[in-house]
Design a protein around this ligand. Structure first.
Ligand code: SF4
Length: 378
């Protein structure tokens, strides 16, 4: 693939020396040269200067779906984090699409390989397999539905695929739990304990039936056999370091200072925060709530800082506050900056792609099984 006249520097360091105007100009040149053959995806939590250059914006799953549906593009650059690029690779290069393209893959590029997700990193496949084997000593694991949040490595999605399980997003977690309980009596939910707990609580599952599995504990994730036998949802001990920063006292402070303010938080926030808020919702739901509110509505929002700041700019007719007094931003997402975007694009255009995320065929196959199950849940 050779497009554009710029010869890429081999080294990211050369790009770090360029100013933003020069970088944007070079990025726009590649976009113009490649046209619809290039698809730049930008997650809502991205920094402003990057998201402005994205062809499509969305949350993690929405972006992957868009990537999966696109039939024109020959390459995807994912301005997000590692697990998102993996999911895009699995969907964009699924067998039926590869057959349509006579086997040609659409490379998925992550501009900075260090853009990981601290939540996804809290569950490793070896730990989940060990958990499954340990559980099998006290309960019938054939009756346990493994559910992984989409914010997880492809290997965990594949684990779910192999064991009859499924993937969920923050938007469809309740429907996925319903689907799971229609088939099995228990759920193993990973890697985000808060999304699992908040969703199960909203379904009236008692907290005593939700033991937390600590992968660093010696036996049964730190639980007694009895606690595992009585469980309905076994929650993996993982959390998002960004959403963990919102605290119940932040809600108290806002309510005291701004009587009547509406508090909305993401379900990755801890239970005490979710239960105190007026509403809980995925990124898409939060956007929808703001867009549909009458002018003059006052909000305090508990989710990633860049998204909240962008909402403030886009909705000056409403009064929007960030729920925490401290900065809560996704540090790993923030690693995708103009130098990395320019570097990866110019290498892509020159036919020397860097940072291509390619999930191996066996993992892809089973992860796709779990993703397809999710797509059938309504
Ligand atoms: S906000 Fe949290 S869950 Fe989302 S990518 Fe960042 S660390 Fe991961």
């Amino acid at each position: 693939m050779t497009h554009g006249s710029t010869t890429p520097a081999s080294n990211i360091e050369d790009y770090l020396l360029l100013d933003d105007d020069a970088l944007v100009e070079r990025i726009e040149r590649i976009r113009a040269a490649m046209g619809s053959r290039l698809l730049i995806l930008g997650h809502h939590y991205q920094r402003d200067e990057v998201i402005e250059l994205a062809d499509l914006r969305g949350d993690s799953y929405k972006l992957s779906e868009m990537a999966a549906e696109n039939r024109e593009c020959e390459a995807i650059v994912f301005c997000g984090v590692h697990f998102m690029a993996e999911t895009a690779d699995i969907l964009a290069n699924r067998p039926e699409r590869l057959a349509e393209r006579q086997g040609r893959r659409v490379p998925v590029v992550l501009p900075d390989l260090a853009a990981g997700c601290s939540l996804a990193d809290m569950a490793e496949i070896e730990q989940v397999e060990d958990c499954w084997n340990q559980m099998a000593q006290v309960i019938d694991v054939e009756d346990v539905m493994p559910i992984t949040y989409v914010n997880s490595a492809a290997s965990l999605k594949a684990f779910c695929g192999r064991h009859g399980g499924i993937v969920c997003t923050s938007a469809n977690a309740a429907a996925v739990l319903d689907w799971a309980f229609a088939r099995r009596s228990r759920v193993l939910f990973f890697p985000d304990q808060h999304l699992g707990r908040n969703t199960a609580r909203a379904m009236a599952i008692p907290i005593e039936q939700m033991p937390v599995w600590d992968p660093t504990a010696d036996d049964l994730g730190g639980n007694t056999p009895e606690a595992i036998r009585q469980s309905r949802v076994i929650l993996w001990r993982g959390h998002c370091s960004v959403h963990q920063m919102f605290l119940p006292e932040h809600i108290d402070q806002f309510r005291e200072a701004h009587p009547g303010i509406r508090i909305v938080v993401h379900p990755e926030c801890m239970r005490e925060v979710a239960e105190k808020a007026d509403a809980m919702g995925s990124t898409g739901k939060i956007l929808q709530m703001i867009e549909q509110s009458p002018p003059g509505t006052r909000w305090a929002i508990g989710t990633e800082l860049h998204l909240v700041n962008r909402l403030k700019q886009q909705h000056p007719e409403q009064e929007i506050h960030f729920l925490s007094p401290v900065v809560c931003m996704c540090e790993t997402m923030y690693r995708i900056d103009l130098p990395h975007l320019c570097w990866s694009l110019e290498n892509l255009a020159a036919g020397t792609p860097v940072n291509v995320i390619e999930v191996d065929a066996e993992t892809s196959r089973w992860a796709l099984t779990a993703l397809k199950r999710m797509l059938q849940v309504r």
